[in-house]
Design a protein around this ligand. Sequence first.
Ligand SMILES: [Zn+2]
Length: 313
Amino acid sequence: MGTVVISVDAALGWNCTDGQPPSVERAAAARSGWRRILELFESYEISATWAVVGHLLLEDCDGVHEHHPLAPARFAREREAWAERPELRHARELVEATVDSPADHELAFLPFSGVEFGHDDVSLDLARAECVGFFDALPDSLPAPRTAAFPGNAVGHRGVLAEWGFEYYRCAVPDASSSFPLANSARRLANATISGPPIVRPAIDEYGLVGVPTSVDFARFDGTAGWLSGRAIADPGIATIERGLDRVADSGGVLHVRLRPADVVDERDAARIREMCAAIDRAREAGVEVATVEAVAERARSEPPSTWSYPTT
Ligand SMILES: [Zn+2]
């Protein structure tokens, strides 16, 4: 029996793509996108793994963060352009709504200010500071995450994750470049539309962490992947998901789909997410189950190590 896993990366204003923050409009729209996704997942009873940038857990801040190694520069936006835009910087109530949802979502980690751990210039101290920031911001009322995600799927500093008690993480499909997530995502999606997305399996690493690779990025980007929004008769994103669901229904494994609230800015985007949910709902009748990263990773860890591998195509 196959499994579909949905990962949502919630970052709002902390969502950097190729080092550039999103437009204020897109970041602000991500709040309504977040709620739309929650509503749809609730109505289709789809539980997902929500990776949340740690800073969003704060109810407020002064934009100083003096103990952070990249302060004050990294937080300059908070004191300047975003000084009057707390909705781009904080989202405690959205995280609480996510955790409280009857869909039974998993809360997962994204670094405190969205630092990309996989970059060569990210030091051990910086990675640790991003973990400290996350857990300092996490209120007692919310569960401590066991799953970590990386901005842009750029995996790095897994030893630091192990220090902090994480057990699972999301990664890219092996051999996929994580250096150019936008171009790579668009190229892979183009290939995936024809042959179907990679079907993945969790694998344990040298730290004892279980990595769950991502099959497909369901993003609709302006520009690079803007064609997705377009004029094709069949939406290639939906077609890709449907192919992947067929494959896991036939032969098992995990279809792991990644998306972001910032990708849901208008009714058309919301309709695409609804279509994806409906496709997943139909696949359930063919025996496909919906699970979180934590659930599939936990299950993988209980299986004999000889069964752990990366047959990803
Ligand atoms: Zn702050």
